[in-house]
Design a protein around this ligand. Structure first.
Ligand SMILES: *Cc1c(COP(=O)(O)O)cnc(C)c1O
Length: 470
């Protein structure tokens, strides 16, 4: 052991020094002790590796302790700025909620609510009543039910309609979505028996017809929400499936996933995507979809369809295990209200506003951010590039949104290093790396986050190489 290492003071003697008085003032002693130990461990390792020449002073240990405490007090789940340009980024929490949802969330969270209390009758009510009327109004369904997520919705519906019976599904629709949702696995867990029909690329009405029998519980159609098939392909349309189902008196379930409520034509800027209303008016018995995809609300699974079927779902014991909480219901109701006018939704539901943002608007935002950055950073090379963004989150497969990104290079600093600096910032900025540049797409940056984005980027572009620099 060399001399300078020996000179590092002990935890006890450090805590008695005035440099630590303010730190100890505001926090429990055990936490500070823990932080000092961690700081010392790091400093000793730096000394041993020759990354610092001398033993640290008490002031340096205090500074390192503050850094450790900051890390210990930082929440695990944190807000980040999404600069990837992908509006429904599943890893980044899918849809950011509309501002309207915030008040509803706070009210429901910080006080009591009529979650399961009928204010008119003065008696017990049901949590499942809260969004039902709005969903009926918006989709034309006879009834509606909200659970935890769409995976839960599919499990519940299959369990109710096809438990210990067959559910007929095309081989072209045995899809995987997001790694943890696989149609065959979900069917198996629901207690239904999978009956595969057709081929991967082609399924015909006769395939379903031949498979329908006395043991059939339901026909299931799954929207291929995250990929497209082209070439020699054939799929059975919703209309054909409904006609078959009517003939044989079996229900049709449509797992539509992405959850666009009205017909896509109601929002002219939106590319076509199957809608919940479209499916119901074609005669589908039950539609399931996510609350946090194109609906732009909280994570939820929404089931709409025939009254008798939804009544059965409400009475199914499995519902208790999948039940939605009051915060979700509060945020969902506020989001659904915005959908009463699709034009309002297109501006006030952030995910939708991002998806429908025009190429021109995207270019203007990128230009503004670039010029703000150029004023603050001298040596970086910042160019605007026309690019394509995906919608993400299992919606609009193959659709590329025209978008404008900032491609940023800093001589002497690698793009991965820039990306890591952005990720380590407060708030973290999540950006992409490509063509030897840091790529920042403002499409998914909320307007009020723009100043923060500019701060983080200009710090990253002027930083020295200390990775722990805030
Ligand atoms: C996204 C998706 C799911 C899973 O929905 P979650 O809300 O993530 O559980 C299921 N089916 C389809 C078709 C989807 O697009």
């Amino acid at each position: 052991m060399n001399d300078s290492r020996r000179k590092i003071p002990s935890v006890d003697s450090l805590l008695g020094r005035e440099e630590f008085a303010a730190i100890l003032d505001a926090r429990p002693r055990w936490l500070v002790v823990d932080a000092v130990r961690r700081a010392l461990q790091r400093l000793r390792a730096d000394l041993a590796a020759g990354r610092r020449p001398d033993a640290p002073t008490a002031a340096e240990v205090a500074a390192a302790t503050r850094t450790e405490i900051e890390a210990m007090e930082r929440p695990s789940l944190r807000r980040v700025i999404n600069a990837t340009g992908i509006p429904l980024h599943t890893n980044l929490g899918r849809a950011p909620l509309p501002a309207r949802a915030r008040w509803a969330l706070e009210d429901a969270a910080l006080g009591y609510s009529n979650l399961e209390y009928d204010l008119e009758a003065g008696a017990r009510g049901s949590r499942y009543d809260h969004c039902a009327d709005l969903l009926k109004e918006l989709t034309g369904a006879e009834d509606a039910l909200v659970v935890n997520n769409n995976a839960a919705a599919v499990v519940l519906v299959l369990n109710e309609l096809a438990r210990e019976r067959g559910v007929i599904v095309s081989r072209g629709e045995l899809v995987e979505i997001g790694g943890s949702f696989r149609v065959p696995d979900i069917i198996a867990k629901s207690g239904a028996r999978i009956v595969e029909v057709g081929a991967t690329n082609r399924t015909h009405p006769e395939d379903y017809e031949r498979a329908i029998g006395p043991d059939t519980g339901a026909l299931l159609k799954v929207h291929r929400s995250n990929f497209r098939q082209s070439g020699f392909v054939a799929e059975v349309s919703i209309g054909q499936l409904v006609a078959l189902a009517r003939k044989h008196e079996v229900p049709v379930i449509h797992d539509i996933g992405s959850g666009l409520l009205p017909d896509a034509s109601k929002i002219p800027e939106l590319p076509w995507e199957p809608s919940v209303s479209g499916s119901l008016s074609a005669g589908v018995d039950v539609v399931t979809f996510s609350g946090d995809k194109l609906l732009g609300g909280p994570q939820a699974g929404i089931i709409v369809g025939r009254g008798a079927i939804v009544a059965g779902l409400r009475a199914n014991p499995l519902l208790r295990a999948l039940r939605v909480d009051k915060l979700t219901l509060a945020a969902l109701e506020a989001t659904l209200r915005l959908w009463r006018d699709p034009a309002t939704a297109a501006t006030e539901v952030p995910a939708l506003a991002m998806i429908t943002q025009s190429g021109d608007a995207s270019r203007r935002r990128a230009e503004n951010i670039a010029s703000a950055l150029r004023e603050r950073v001298r040596d970086a090379e910042i160019v605007l590039v026309r690019d394509a963004a995906e919608v993400g989150g299992g919606s609009y497969p193959g659709v590329q949104l025209e978008t404008w990104t900032l491609k940023i290079r800093l001589p002497g600093t690698g793009e991965s290093q820039l990306e890591a600096r952005c990720r380590a910032a407060t708030p973290p900025v999540i950006a992409r790396v490509s063509d030897g540049a840091l790529c920042v797409d403002p499409r998914t940056v909320l307007p009020h986050e723009e100043p923060e984005l500019i701060d983080v980027l200009s710090n990253a572009l002027t930083a020295d190489d200390d990775p722990r620099r805030p």
